[in-house]
Design a protein around this ligand. Structure first.
Ligand code: HEC
Length: 304
């Protein structure tokens, strides 16, 4: 018993310690800046992303209506959050800690900057510093991603190019690219993220047994996340999966289907319940009738 209390005490102490710990972003992330200048459009887009992904825990900025968690999700207008540099906020959203999820694979980095642009609108003293990488965020180089299916090796090759003023179209090297296969619920990473080589190319291994649609088509998403370029994405469909027939979700009897496709047990249970209820009502009604008949019979007897 004592041992149990002791363990409990240790757990409480540890969680208190964790909740007291200040969350510090690594130095190289502290100084990161948005590749574009925050404006009304970015604030508006950021607000939308915030409402779908963050409000459920953090509440609306300035309203102190966050969910009760340990440690508590801070209000976004609070000093605690606003004291962070832009880079630190970006890092924390990407990486997460404890109950704060990592959004690295769900929210593209340009969208994270839009969220930050929304969060900063709750701070009157905030003055933005834009990343100098791309001349003040005015222009994002027009990077093109091309996907190629290497049939012999069963791999996907990616090539990145960008137009340059002096030299025409140039390969983009040392850029990190991720490939995802689109699934019903979310995106499935295909292989590890890769960096492009000097020729702007990278090769991804593709699983041989990945199910495609009925003719084997797989929808692929290639994403280049880079602070200098912002996010670049391409969507393509390739016939490289295993042809798979998937019954539509409403084909079989199921709870969510139309009445004619209700599960049998549900239909039976419902019918029995309804019949039972009506049976009881009719039984009570008949009993009342019998009582009143009996009563009226006695009446006439006593009168006679
Ligand atoms: C499941 C609940 C949950 C969701 C969803 C969530 N957060 Fe959090 N967030 C937390 C918790 C809990 C903490 C405190 C973590 C800690 O200090 O260990 C936190 C901390 C933070 C911090 C760090 C504050 C500091 O200490 O400097 C930021 C910034 C933040 N969240 C932003 C966001 C944004 C933006 C989103 C949406 C993209 C989001 N959070 C979604 C729960 C959540």
């Amino acid at each position: 018993m004592i041992k149990r209390y002791f363990t409990l005490l240790i757990i409480v102490l540890i969680s208190m310690r964790l909740s007291a710990q200040v969350w510090v972003a690594p130095a190289e992330n502290e100084t990161k800046k948005s590749p574009f200048a925050f404006d009304d459009a970015s604030r508006k887009a950021g607000a939308e992303i915030y409402m779908t992904n963050c409000k459920s825990c953090h509440g609306e900025p300035g309203k102190n209506n966050a969910v009760l968690l340990v440690p508590p999700p801070p209000d976004m207008s609070s000093v605690k959050v606003q004291a962070n540099s832009d880079g630190a906020i970006q890092y924390k959203i990407a990486v997460g800690r404890g109950l704060m999820p990592s959004f690295k694979n769900t929210i593209p980095s340009t969208d994270v900057w839009k969220v930050i642009s929304f969060l900063r609108s709750f701070n009157d003293k905030y003055v933005q510093e834009v990343s100098k990488n791309d001349g003040g965020g005015a222009s994002v180089p027009n990077v093109k991603i091309k996907l190629n299916w290497l049939k012999e090796s069963g791999q996907i090759q990616i090539s990145l190019t960008a137009p340059s003023k002096e030299k025409g179209i140039q390969p983009v090297s040392a850029a990190e690219v991720k490939i995802f296969a689109k699934r019903y619920f979310g995106n499935l990473p295909v292989d590890e993220p890769r960096n492009t080589d000097a020729l702007g190319k990278a090769v991804f291994n593709f699983p041989k047994d990945l199910p495609g649609d009925s003719i084997g088509s797989v929808q692929l998403l290639a994403v280049l996340s880079n602070d200098a370029f912002g996010d670049v994405k391409v969507d393509t469909t390739m016939s490289i999966g295993v042809p798979t027939y998937r019954a539509p979700l409403n084909e079989q009897r199921a709870m969510w289907n139309v009445v004619s496709k209700t599960p049998i047990w549900l239909l039976l249970a419902y019918t029995i319940a309804v019949l039972g209820a009506w049976g009881f009502i009719i039984y009570v009604f008949l009993q009342i009738r019998a009582i009143s008949k009996e009563g009226s019979g006695k009446d006439t007897e006593s009168a006679a």
